[in-house]
Design a protein around this ligand. Structure first.
Ligand code: NCD
Length: 309
């Protein structure tokens, strides 16, 4: 049965993903045809954690489809500050909006919301767990600019432990043929056990874990850089020790192949030197642009009821 929510990447089949990418490309080609696609619909963005791209791209997507938004970007400005539970907030917001987009520092919070919401819920990032719509953005960027999501070597670099975009991307890519993973991180920031055991090992995927970037750069088709997730560290000393372990600069880019795509979910801190931005292989701002179009396709599809269970 189709699920009505998007809580993690596997909630969408590979076929549904293809439909979304096709629709997003159509919207990119002729956005003027979709300006009334969600007229009369209302989306609620409940953001309990900071965001720039995710919230703005969702809200811009809805406005460009002719719909409207309500919500908060600061939980302190809602009844959450009075102690209201996620379940009660979701029940209440369901009375007003047709779709809920939620970001929360606690793993599983959007699932709790979905259990009591009467409208579809989209997970816009839950703690260090998953971030399925960033993955839609990442997949669409690779598919559009490279032409395919199969037979490639993807390097994921940085904070693979707390980086939810990494967990979702590995999950989603595990369904495509011939994808090899090179996981580049310090020992302390390796992918969590559940990702290694339940996805990489269980599916018999081709992956290896390394602690240096230089030696693997020449073999990568995609390099997915990530920020060390300061807010998820238990002590500042560890963060300071690990934060600048990997810095992609011109010198490192010289070691990479001519066609290697550099992606990053953003925000960047120090992990990509600004000098790299002018390199044609630096595609992270282009990636952010795709993010709005894929969310337009997602909102349209979910509101048209195709995915309501
Ligand atoms: C990411 C996130 O929130 O997980 N940002 C985003 O949504 N584009 C990555 C990050 O915060 O490092």
């Amino acid at each position: 049965m189709e699920s009505k929510n998007l809580l993690e990447p596997m909630d969408l089949t590979v076929e549904e993903l293809e439909e979304l990418f096709d629709l997003a490309e159509k919207i990119m080609e002729a956005p003027e045809k979709y300006t009334e696609a969600c007229k009369g619909k209302l989306m609620a963005t409940l953001f309990y954690e900071p965001s720039t791209r995710t919230r703005f791209s969702f809200e811009a997507a809805m406005l460009r489809l002719g719909g409207q938004n309500i919500g908060f970007s600061e939980a302190g400005s809602s009844s959450v500050a009075k102690g209201e539970s996620i379940a009660d907030t979701a029940s209440t917001v369901s009375c007003y909006a047709d779709l809920i987009v939620m970001r929360h520092p606690k793993e599983g919070a959007p699932r709790v919301a979905a259990n009591s919401a009467r409208v579809p819920v989209i997970n816009a990032g839950d703690g260090g767990h998953q971030h399925p719509t960033q993955t839609l953005t990442d997949l669409m960027t690779i598919r559009s600019l490279r032409g395919s999501l199969t037979h490639m070597t993807v390097g994921l670099c940085g904070d693979l432990k707390f980086g939810r975009t990494v967990h979702s991307l590995i999950k989603a890519l595990s369904r495509y043929e011939g994808v090899r993973f090179v996981l580049i991180s310090p020992e302390e920031l390796r992918v969590p056990d559940y990702v290694r055991k339940e996805i990489l090992d269980k599916k018999g995927l081709d992956y290896r874990e390394v602690e240096q970037m230089d030696e693997v750069l020449p073999e990568l088709d995609v390099l997915y850089m990530t920020r060390v997730q300061k807010e998820r560290f238990f002590n500042e000393e560890d963060y300071i020790r690990l934060k600048d372990r990997f810095i992609l600069d011109e010198e490192k880019m010289a070691l990479a192949g001519e066609k290697m795509m550099v992606l990053h979910p953003l925000p960047r801190v120090n992990e990509i030197a600004v000098e790299v931005d002018k390199d044609p292989r630096a595609l992270y701002f282009e990636q952010a642009r795709y993010g709005m179009y894929i969310r337009m396709a997602l909102i349209m599809t979910m509101l048209q009821g195709k995915r309501r269970g």
